[in-house]
Design a protein around this ligand. Structure first.
Ligand SMILES: *Cc1c(COP(=O)(O)O)cnc(C)c1O
Length: 489
């Protein structure tokens, strides 16, 4: 049995074929070292293959994946930039990789120093007073930040603040985190220009407002230039400002959420700070807060006294731990390596390049697609496929057609306030040649939509698998290879 011509490893299996050579067993089998209850009753049903067959099997599987190391990956709001390999070397240094979370502080000064300095760097980048490295993802950071805001209001006896305001362009995790943290999520509209509608914000804000959650630049790639007015509206009503900093590569070294008036920030180290992601983890979503929220942080926080680093557990008003141990330390090592490699000027250059790349592509593509927002963008931009939809070609079809060119498609149908949306984030690490090749492919697809729409409607034509049933894949995932029911398309 094969999957589109690719043999599966069980079908290569032959009784007695070996992929290993181990020394003879030198333990007397009669010495029952394992209790009978723990021993297998039947031989494990493993494929019996040679080492070469095994290597080919996994290499074939790896080729079916698309990663940033194999090609362009302009997935908007995901920041699929290149992750420098030096990060991996440093994270694998035995002094970091072989630590045990229960080692006493005296033995792990280097690791604590790294965590402390990473906290300080992230505080400098965001303009916050104290960072915690505990949250394991962006959404986890959002939830942690909202729990901090909740604890703050409750400590002030301000228990009527039940609502969190979220723009209609926001990432889906924002309203979800608000609800999981026990709030009601209220949607504020965007204007024609793609920015928060201030009049609507004023209408929604009151003494039941716990916080406004905002992404700036927002998920349309646009900078909310009225941010200080928004901060005044929310603070004036006693609420807090939450900053979703998952994709911060347009603002590094340019502006800081702390200076815009935000009280809480989360960052995605696995987006902005070059730690690999896309396969579901591990990630890291540190949270930074202004001074008045520090007492509620999850303990412990790494601090320094006279050159010695230690875990400070003394947070009596803490919301409690949000993760076992201290966060995903290996990810912290990678992010810190990146920050030190780049330096302040390097981080600033990241922002310049990310913004330049996105604007370059926007201007090359806007004659061929509808561009709902005309102003300059930041690190990403959105196009609408509504012109092509009139020709019978949907955005989904165009995304599938891009696979034939060897690209990961952009994010589609998000943000939800743009019809037939395509959301493109080139990132700063791509060359002009790559951007041009991708734009050429997009332009070709726009022409195909006019001349030969069926080519786009029936895409992809050159991939191992065609169009998948994504709903069933999400609802009933097949996560184990079953020998009997070979996977078919
Ligand atoms: C990716 C992203 C998140 C969520 O981050 P996870 O680590 O996937 O939980 C939140 N907000 C924005 C804007 C994002 O792009």
């Amino acid at each position: 049995m094969t999957t589109n011509g690719q043999p599966l490893i069980f079908e290569y299996s032959r009784e007695g074929r070996r992929g290993h050579s181990l020394p003879e067993l030198d333990i007397d089998k009669k010495d029952d070292l394992l209790p009978a209850a723990l021993r297998r009753k039947k031989k494990a049903d493993l494929p019996q293959v040679s080492e070469l067959q095994l290597v080919r099997h996994y290499t074939a599987l790896s080729r079916r994946n698309h990663g940033v190391d194999s090609g362009f990956y302009p997935l908007g709001s995901c920041t699929m930039k290149y992750n420098p390999k030096v990060n991996e070397d440093v994270a694998r240094l035995p002094g970091f990789a072989h630590l045990h979370p229960y080692q006493p502080e005296g033995q792990i000064q280097g690791a604590l120093e790294l965590m402390y300095k990473l906290q300080r760097s992230l505080e400098a980048v965001t303009g916050m007073d104290q960072v915690t490295l505990q949250p394991a993802a962006g959404a986890h950071g959002e939830w942690t930040g909202l729990m901090l805001i909740r604890a703050f209001h409750e400590a002030n006896g301000d228990t009527g603040r039940t609502k969190v305001i979220v723009p209609d362009s926001a990432h889906g995790t924002n309203p979800a985190s608000a609800v999981v943290a026990g709030f009601e999520a209220v949607t504020v509209r965007s204007t024609e220009e793609g920015l928060v509608d201030l009049d609507h914000l004023r209408e929604l804000t009151g003494d039941d407002t716990a916080a406004l959650m905002l992404t700036n630049p927002n998920t349309l790639g646009l900078f909310e230039r009225q941010i200080t007015e928004m901060a005044d509206i929310i603070h004036g009503a006693g609420g807090k400002l939450y900053y979703d900093g998952a994709n911060s590569n347009a603002i590094l070294g340019m502006t800081r959420p702390g200076d815009m008036g935000f009280d809480v920030v989360h960052l995605n180290l696995h987006k902005t700070f070059t730690t690999p992601h896309g396969g579901g983890g591990p990630g890291s979503g540190p949270v930074g807060v202004k001074q008045d929220l520090v007492p509620y942080l999850p303990a412990p926080v790494v601090q320094e006294k006279e050159g010695t680093f230690f875990f400070n557990w003394d947070f009596p008003a803490s919301i409690g731990r949000v993760k076992p141990y201290y966060g995903n330390f290996g990810i912290n090592v990678r992010a810190y390596t990146y920050i030190r490699t780049m330096g302040p000027e390097g981080l600033r250059q990241v922002s310049r390049q990310a913004v330049l790349n996105a604007n370059y592509m926007l201007r090359r593509l806007e004659p061929y697609f509808d561009a709902p927002y005309k102003q300059h963008c930041k690190h990403e931009f959105v196009l609408s496929g509504s012109r092509q939809k009139k020709l019978g070609v949907r955005t989904l079809d165009m995304a599938k057609r891009l696979l034939d060119f060897g690209y990961h498609p952009p994010t589609i149908y998000f943000p939800i306030n743009v019809e037939e949306c395509l959301m493109i984030e080139p990132t700063e690490t791509e060359s002009k040649e790559t951007l041009d090749e991708f734009c050429d492919a997009m332009i070709q697809i726009a022409k195909e939509a006019e001349d030969t729409p069926e080519v786009v409607q029936e895409a992809p034509h050159h991939t191992v698998l065609g169009r998948l049933d994504e709903t069933t894949a999400a609802r009933k995932p097949v996560l184990r290879y079953e020998k009997q029911e070979a996977v078919t398309t």
